[in-house]
Design a protein around this ligand. Structure first.
Ligand code: ZN
Length: 148
């Protein structure tokens, strides 16, 4: 139980007691609590690249939403492209069908990742609504920009 386990360099470890905190230190931007409490020694451990929605800059918000939603929206364009290539270009297709495919594909495919993103934002806002949590954030050195 104690002692150094084989170094899983991908795992996030407590800097105080080296407890494995069980999640990989992902370098990709994440919406979430920027710290977590070590279950062993109770120290607060920074989670790199993770921050609350309200504390992200505008560019970070756009990037975070983009990497989640854009790939799905692009895949959603495939049916329209196939229709255009196989039918419409030959003169047999109907414009309303092409327009419907263009509109519906990205919306349908992007719906789930968008719902997930909105869920993360709602949970972030719920955390930030707690004054105790905000006080801990400030103690941890992450503070809301433009705070009075
Ligand atoms: Zn610890």
């Amino acid at each position: 139980m104690l002692g150094r386990e084989m170094s899983a360099s991908a795992a996030l470890r407590c800097p105080s007691c080296a407890q494995d905190l069980g999640r990989p230190a992902r370098p990709r931007l994440n919406v979430g609590s920027p710290f977590q409490e070590c279950p062993k020694c109770r120290s607060h451990v920074s989670r790199p690249a993770t921050n609350e929605w309200a504390l992200l800059g505008a560019g970070q918000k756009v990037y975070w939403l983009g990497v989640r939603i854009l790939p799905f929206a692009l895949i959603g364009l495939v049916p329209a492209l196939v229709y255009w290539q196989t039918t419409f270009r030959g003169g047999d297709g109907q414009l309303p069908v092409l327009v419907a495919l263009l509109a519906a594909g990205p919306v349908l495919l992007a719906y789930l990742p968008l719902a997930n993103a909105l869920h993360s934002i709602r949970r972030s806002r719920a955390r930030m609504a707690d004054p105790m949590y905000r006080a801990r954030l400030i103690a941890f050195g992450r503070q809301a920009p433009g705070r009075p």
